[in-house]
Design a protein around this ligand. Structure first.
Ligand SMILES: Nc1ncnc2c1ncn2[C@@H]1O[C@H](COP(=O)(O)OP(=O)(O)OP(=O)(O)O)[C@@H](O)[C@H]1O
Ligand SMILES: [Mg+2]
Ligand SMILES: [Zn+2]
Length: 506
């Protein structure tokens, strides 16, 4: 007798249907799994056998063959324990036919408990899109998937619970669909704690409003790391769709925090000693790296020149394409990486080059070598360059409190709303994401702005990419000012943020 049970497979974030076919025939008892299964799946034989024995069911003494169809696509993980077990019971007549409108996923422990799987969210979202009526999934995956609309979610704690349900003895109640609310995000840090640094605050507000990349440069202790940590506090709350995208990535990266859903904009700050694979993604099967875990949020690279030049060059492609392709001998997978890059650095190895009072002890050659680690193409992709000088005593000792994050965020939200409305139905929602054609359509400045840009371009101070990037920033400056038109004034401010580093001859 044969049985077919529906389940799913993952290739990166891409989910596909898998049919678990089980055939139990007369002959010498045997148990084989075919269909490009990895080691974890092959081992599921032992888990399924023990879980059945410990759940008052009979492991059929037959010749059993399990085929994971489509047979020519690699599959991995322990997702198929539960569908294999259900298929075995159906194929051996211990269970009436199972609905073809339902899908199953779950790992088994030897005592028959159903354990959570990685990547549950992309699979359940796929199940809903593919039109399944119900999905049986591990109870501990429920927090992650309970916001997915349009499908009955049946959380399973153990094989016994599942069997009672399938035999109609005791129903598992479908989980109530949860309503997503972007959390009332509370942060432990606030912009009101940062004294002075007005130009840097302004630049970060622009970066938040348009989703642009930022490089901060300044001496030790001037507040660069402090500013970076507060950057997320002025970013708009995550929309439902964005929260789903982030959670899917964390789910397949096996980095999902307790509570399931990612509700806050990610802020990832990998150390400069982190490997290329940790930052860009890697492994078998390929998993997302820090740059994808920062998707829809911020990737903060502190001590920027300390990162290997291989890594800095590897960032060029994702910064442009807003996604990253992880290539392995066996497969290549693309993960989203729509990030705001926030980088911080000192102007020289000792940190005091250009400092008003302290003396820099580095040789000119050492300074050049240090700064040259940030290559032109990388720098060209960073829209806003900010000088973060040492804070003067009057600022640090001032008793006035600076503006709170909430007030800055209100302006950012307003500017983002304008952008969402303007770009409705176009596949992007913020100025940083504009395609070259969209730049031409939405960002063209007035005559004064145009002549400012021409002068910079003809003086070789601006590349073709730089030109488009300046226009996007100018668009954001205009949006913050509530202006429909991009004027010379907006272009001037955008250009200013590209010229700051000349003082360090960068
Ligand atoms: N503008 C500021 N307002 C208030 N406190 C500040 C400011 N700048 C620096 N500080 C204080 O100095 C500490 C160090 O600042 P921070 O770590 O941000 O410096 P940094 O610029 O990142 O230095 P480094 O280059 O050494 O990494 C902060 O934790 C804070 O207490
Ligand atoms: Mg720092
Ligand atoms: Zn120095």
């Amino acid at each position: 007798m044969t049985a077919s049970i529906h389940s799913f497979g993952l290739d990166g974030l891409h989910c596909f249907d898998v049919t678990v076919e089980v055939d139990a025939s007369q002959g010498l008892p045997a148990f084989d799994i075919v269909g490009l299964a990895d080691v974890a799946i092959k081992e599921s034989k032992e888990r399924v056998r023990a879980a059945m024995r410990n759940s008052d069911t009979q492991f059929p003494m037959k010749r059993i063959i399990v085929n994971l169809s489509p047979a020519d696509v690699p599959k991995n993980g322990a997702v198929y324990d539960l569908p294999i077990l259900v298929g075995l019971l159906a194929a051996s007549g211990q269970l009436a036919a199972v609905s073809r409108r339902a899908a199953f996923m779950g790992q088994l422990s030897l005592d028959g408990r159903v354990l959570p799987v990685h990547g549950a969210l992309p699979m359940v979202r796929h199940a809903a899109r593919a039109g399944f009526d119900a999905v049986f999934l591990p109870k501990d995956n429920l927090d992650e998937v309970k916001y997915v609309p349009g499908i009955a979610l049946l959380p399973v704690g153990s094989v016994r619970d599942l069997l009672r349900h399938l035999k109609g003895e005791k129903r598992i109640p479908p989980a109530a669909a949860a309503q997503y609310r972007s959390s009332e995000t509370h942060y432990d840090v606030d912009f009101s704690e940062v004294m002075g640094q007005q130009p840097a605050r302004r630049a970060l507000e622009i970066a938040a409003a348009g989703g642009h990349n930022v490089l901060m440069i300044g001496p030790p202790g001037s507040g660069k790391s402090m500013l970076a940590k507060r950057f997320v506090t002025i970013l708009p709350d995550l929309s439902f769709e964005e929260a789903m995208e982030c959670t899917e990535l964390y789910s397949v990266a096996r980095k999902l925090p307790d509570g399931g859903l990612i509700r806050r904009r990610p802020f990832r700050s990998p150390h400069h000693s982190a490997s290329l694979a940790a930052i860009c993604g890697g492994g078998t099967p390929p998993r997302p790296g820090e740059i994808s875990l920062a998707h829809n949020g911020v990737l903060f690279l502190d001590e920027f020149p300390q990162f290997s030049s291989t890594l800095l060059e590897a960032l060029r492609q994702p910064l442009e394409d807003r996604e990253i392709t992880v290539s392995r001998a066996s497969a290549s997978v693309t993960f989203p990486a729509n990030i705001s890059l926030l980088a911080a650095m000192n102007p020289c190895p000792c940190g005091f080059f250009g400092h008003p009072t302290k003396k820099c002890t580095c040789s000119p050659a050492a300074i050049r070598r240090y700064l040259q680690k940030i290559s032109g193409p990388v720098l060209d992709r960073i829209d806003l360059h900010i000088d973060v000088p040492a804070v003067p005593y009057e600022h640090i000792s001032s008793t006035e409190t600076a503006e709170r994050s909430a007030d800055i965020k209100a302006r950012v939200n307003k500017a983002r709303a304008v952008q969402r409305e303007r770009y409705k139905g176009r596949g992007f929602s913020k100025n940083a994401d504009l395609t070259p054609a969209a730049v031409k359509e939405f960002c063209m400045p007035d005559a004064m702005g145009d002549s400012l840009l021409r002068r910079q371009f003809e003086a070789d101070a601006l590349s073709a990419r730089g030109y488009a990037r300046v226009l996007k920033v100018a668009r954001t400056v205009a949006d913050l000012a509530g202006s429909d038109a991009v004027t010379g004034e907006h272009v001037l401010e955008a250009l200013h943020f590209r010229s700051v580093l000349r003082k360090y001859s960068l």
